[in-house]
Structure formats: C-alpha cells, structure tokens
Design a protein around this ligand. Structure first.
Ligand code: HCA
Ligand code: CU
Length: 435
C-alpha cells in the first residue's frame, strides 16, 4: 500500500461509522442507506428497465481456463501440485467448469488431467483438444466430464494452419461430436478465429454440429479484434440458428475482452471463458475478476449466490505467484488502487456515502477501501476523519486550518502517512485543549 493513504477500520470508513452507516451498507435498523432490505444496493443502472429476453447477464456459467489458456501465457509453468491447488481453489470459488490443457500436449499433461479428474471437485472438468478422432479418444479416456473441441475456420487459418476445407471440417466435426457424445461425455465444438470466418460457413457448421447433438458451440475471438457490437450481432444471429448452449472466448489484445463477454451474454451466450488475471496467449483473455466486477453491477444476487467472491484475491495471488507477475495496480477489485480515494471532494462524499464514487462494494470481495489523507488534494473531511481515527477530536474550523498546513507541506514533497499523522498530532497538541 502506498505511504500516503490509510486503511479503513473494520466497519468500512476512515472513522468507523458515518451517519449510522457501516461498511456493508446496513444501518442499525437493517436497511441500506437507500432503503432496500438485506444490504443489496439499489439498481445501479437506473436507465436499464426492461430485461432483454435474449440476455443471460443474470444466468451464465464460467469456463475457467487458467489451466489451459493460462498455460499458454509466456511465464506459465505448472507442476502437478500447483495445478491441483489452482483447480481446487477455482472449484471452491464456484466456477462451473475448469478447462485443462490437452492430454495430447505431453505425457505429464495427460497424467495431470487424469489426476485432476480423480479429485472429485465440484466444478466439472474439461479438456481442450483439436478436432480429430485421435485427440477425442485420448481426451475421453482421461475421465473428464467434457471435451472442448476446436478447429480454425477463418480462411487465413485454413490456408496457413491446418489446410482443411469447410466440408472436411464439417465432416470431422460431426464424427468427433457424435463419438464424444456416445461416450456419455459432454462436448463443445468451437471455431478458432470466428470473427474472421465467413458467416455463412460458420452458421452452417454450427447448425450441423447442433444437429449432431453437441452440448455447446463456441465463438472465439482468437486475435482479439472484435468489438462489443460485432459480438452482439454474431451471438444474436447464432442464438437463432442453434438450440444448444453458446460458449464465448475473447482475447484482450485491444482491451475489449470483458466488454465483449458482456455483450455476448446480452445477446444470449450461456458460457464465458475466463482465466485468473486474464493470463493466456499474448496479453490473454477475459479475466475472471474483471468479468465478475462487470457482472455484479447488474446481477448482484446472481453473482453473489454463485461465487465465493472473498476468495478472489487469494486465487489471484496464487496464480500471480505461480507465473511470477504482479497483480496490476489497476486490476478490478484487487488492484492496489481499485478502492482508493484521493481528491478532497471524493473523500468527503465517500465518507458520507460510499456509493457516491463506488459502483462496486469492497466488502463484497473482502477487500478494503482506502482514503488518502496525505496529499495536496486532500480535503478537510478526510483530515478530520483521520484525526478521529487517531483518537483526536477537532472541530470543523480546526480541521480546515490543519488541512491548509498539510497541503502546504504536500506542495513541497510527497508526504508519508507518518508525516501527516505527526502534523495532525502536533497541531492537536497546540490547538486542542486537553480534557
Ligand atoms: C488458441 C485457441 C483458442 C481456443 C478457444 C476455444 C482461441 O489458443 O488459439 O476453444 O474456444 O483463442 O481460439 O484459445
Ligand atoms: Cu484463446
């Protein structure tokens, strides 16, 4: 944590209770400041009234791919023990599916896949393979609950990767889907590079696998070029063409991965692929935490009922340590500054009512809000609160005077918490009569 901001007290504000409101948003009479029961914030999107019939924003499933897509991240190396730790943590967190690296990748990948299947986790275990009968057979033999099958469908991948025609792809896809289904295993068929694929080709292929009994079809923005509008259009079109579930996978090259996942759910997608911190090929895919931050805003009951949100930080730290990266400072929810408030007008309003500048509630995630009081942007409300936190009572006039002193110092150099605290203490010694 930086040296110029202070953690809140356990009840969530710099000085404890403010206007009778505590961190979790409940007042002593059990209602929230805005009057709703059981601590739920009132609608955060006042302009969203009628739910779209296609929308699954309050009814979606997560396919967590830290142990597949995430293994494709530059730094990733997972030994068996680490894979088991991550899989267990993700299952405890509540993700519905965990996707593992193809057992065809290496002997150890196959052994690890088998070991994870035997753990008896609550989450369903999937593995991810190329669209061939050989891969499908090996995948099924590992004991997974489901197999995610993929093949490139864009012209550029067909020309430069596997050299198959759409007719060949369709034929093999049907055979593979039917085989996996016949083994009593769930199957998903997905096209790599969906957004650079011919729409008619794509829809005909998906229609064929839908008829063959596939559980899900998948749309993948493999190169991260899609926009939310394009995603919405494609998923909505697909929704009318197939009756199976629709999984979606978005790369983050142009930072649209969360917005694209959201657009996909609005258009009727049922499943979203994520990885912890978004790790994956290049700069990765839709991050688990970022997706849930987005989704809790409009579907708080759904998100809170399915996922153990307070475990997010622990999982992110586990994965960050494993792949030797830092959690980015601006990461949603767990980033170092995700709940820090600095400018005087922000701090003042936050102290009165956190919803003024927070759409997410840190206590939902077991993390803390931080209010800066050691900068030239600091306002007197934050200083008064800090003084109270130190057990020093000052009146508003005194807080204003003291703030001017602190601002004058902070104009010259950065102030650490200790610096500001000693300015506050000596001011109080001089100005506040002892009782
Ligand atoms: C890749 C494959 C994939 C597959 C996605 C999926 C992609 O690593 O290139 O199975 O839906 O981004 O297309 O991750
Ligand atoms: Cu991918």
């Amino acid at each position: 944590m930086c040296s110029s901001c202070a953690p809140e007290t356990a009840n969530g504000t710099v000085n404890g209770t403010v206007n009778g409101t505590t961190t979790n948003g409940t007042t002593p009479n059990g209602t929230t400041p805005n009057g709703t029961a059981n601590g739920t914030r009132q609608s955060r999107q006042p302009y969203q009234s009628v739910a779209d019939a296609y929308s699954n924003t309050a009814n979606f499933k997560i396919i967590e791919s830290t142990l597949r897509e995430g293994e494709q991240f530059a730094n990733a190396f997972y030994d068996t023990e680490t894979k088991i730790k991550i899989a267990t943590a993700l299952s405890d967190f509540g993700v519905e599916y965990i996707e593992l690296t193809s057992p065809v990748a290496s002997p150890q990948s196959r052994a690890d896949c088998e070991a994870i299947c035997k753990l008896g986790l609550k989450a369903k275990i999937l593995t991810h393979v190329r669209c061939t009968m050989e891969d499908a057979k090996i995948a099924v033999a590992t004991g997974v609950d489901g197999v995610d099958v993929v093949i490139g469908t864009s012209q550029i991948l067909r020309d430069h990767s596997h050299h198959k025609s759409m007719a060949q792809i369709t034929e093999t896809a049907i055979e593979v889907v039917q085989y996996i289904k016949s083994q009593g295993v769930e199957v998903r068929f997905s096209s790599e590079d969906s957004f650079r694929s011919n729409l008619v080709d794509l829809l005909s292929l998906y229609q064929a696998v839908d008829k063959a009994g596939v559980n899900r079809v998948g749309i993948a923005d493999t190169v991260g070029l899609a926009t939310p509008r394009q995603v919405y259009k494609l998923v909505r079109t697909l929704r009318d063409v197939v009756s199976c579930d629709i999984e979606t996978h978005f790369h983050n090259d142009t930072m649209c991965a969360v917005a694209n996942a959201h657009a996909a759910l609005e258009a009727g997608a049922t499943h979203v692929d994520t990885s912890v911190l978004g790790i994956g090929e290049r700069n990765g895919i839709t991050p688990l935490g970022g997706l849930l931050a987005r989704m809790i805003v409009e579907s708080p009951e759904y998100v809170k009922s399915r996922y153990q949100l307070h475990k997010l930080k622990e999982i992110e730290d586990l994965v960050a340590n494993t792949v030797q990266v830092n959690v980015p400072f601006n990461n949603p929810i767990t980033g170092y500054s995700a709940f820090s408030h600095k400018a005087g007008i922000h701090a003042k309003a936050i102290l009165n009512k956190p919803e003024t500048y927070e759409i997410l509630n840190p206590s939902d995630w077991g993390v803390k809000r931080w209010i800066h009081f050691s900068s030239r942007l600091t306002g007197w409300n934050a200083i008064k609160s800090r003084a109270e936190q130190l057990g020093l009572i000052i009146n508003d006039e005194q807080a204003k005077q003291l703030t001017q002193k602190i601002k004058a110092m902070a104009d010259v150099r950065p102030l650490a918490i200790d610096d500001t605290d000693s300015i506050i203490r000596s001011f109080c010694l001089e100005h506040v009569p002892e009782v």
